[in-house]
Design a protein around this ligand. Sequence first.
Ligand SMILES: NC(=O)c1ccc[n+]([C@@H]2O[C@H](COP(=O)([O-])OP(=O)(O)OC[C@H]3O[C@@H](n4cnc5c(N)ncnc54)[C@H](O)[C@@H]3O)[C@@H](O)[C@H]2O)c1
Length: 316
Amino acid sequence: MKIVITGGQGFLGQRLAKTLLSNSDLSINELVLIDVIQPIAPNNDPRVRCLEMDLRNPEGLEKIIDTRTNAIFHLAAIVSSHAEQDPDLGYEINFLATRNLLEVCRKNNPKVRFIFSSSLAVYGGNLPNVIQDHTAVTPQSTYGSQKAMSELLINDYTRKGFIDGITLRLPTICIRPGKPNKAASSFVSSIIREPLHGEDAICPVSKKLNLWLSSPNTVVKNFIHALTLPSLPARSWHTINLPGFTVSVEQMLSDLSKVKGNDILEKVKFNFDENINNIVASWPAQINCHQALDLGFSMDQCFVDVIQQFIQCDMS
Ligand SMILES: NC(=O)c1ccc[n+]([C@@H]2O[C@H](COP(=O)([O-])OP(=O)(O)OC[C@H]3O[C@@H](n4cnc5c(N)ncnc54)[C@H](O)[C@@H]3O)[C@@H](O)[C@H]2O)c1
């Protein structure tokens, strides 16, 4: 199997690459990682080709996506707060680069499984308590609008037989290792990760705010499930709300204290930031994901498990 990952040096791109390479059922013989930051091959695996490439100027992409390419995971993106601050850059990467990639697939290999990572940020504004598959997308951010536009493109390219596309709408992924990033949701990981590392963290939203989350391992498992799923029926909608679970900031902190004791909560300071709060509070906190569960996608059980996953996978 030959697989391409754009955004291959990012958080989920690297995690997905490692998991794909260790999955003997998939028999990966070539994995191409593309990123504007020079990608690194997990464990120096000789099956990996690392390409430093800006998708705004994708020289050579035509030669990478060929008839041997089974699937593309298109993860490269300008994340939420960054796209809000620099909408032109957001449109170039989150929308125009997606269109360009789709055109290369259409021309070189229309059978390619094109898996796109969209986001719950396509929803916003005055939402029902529980989002259903048919709830209209009404994004309240530049990032959410760009993701929604790409979703439509992928659905139409799939309907026309130009690609074999599946869009996965990701919940907020928590706990992200490393440093805070430019996502509006960056604090969701920081308020757990930094205290676990003995550092202070700032929570810019109300304790009462509810979030729709998934762990990194579950989302990677779901990416791989999307790779192995048979093609969806030709006329069905090719966008899937991935499973997540609802948890409030207050509950997350309470679970952190269950795992590490009450003193750890002193590391979390509250400093309200209206911009961050407005973006994150516009996202849904509960999505009916029965369609995804029926298709065999996985979900996390509880937030304590997510904390334990981080301690075992990312702190050792
Ligand atoms: N992590 C989350 O909570 C979350 C939630 C919803 C959706 N998503 C989506 O999942 C995908 C992966 O997210 P992530 O958390 O790994 O993000 P990330 O920021 O860690 O990775 C994105 C990667 O894209 C690369 N990139 C940016 N511009 C590029 C360009 N011009 N050319 C080539 N590469 C470029 C970046 O260098 C980065 O390595 C993104 O599409 C994101 O929108 C993530």
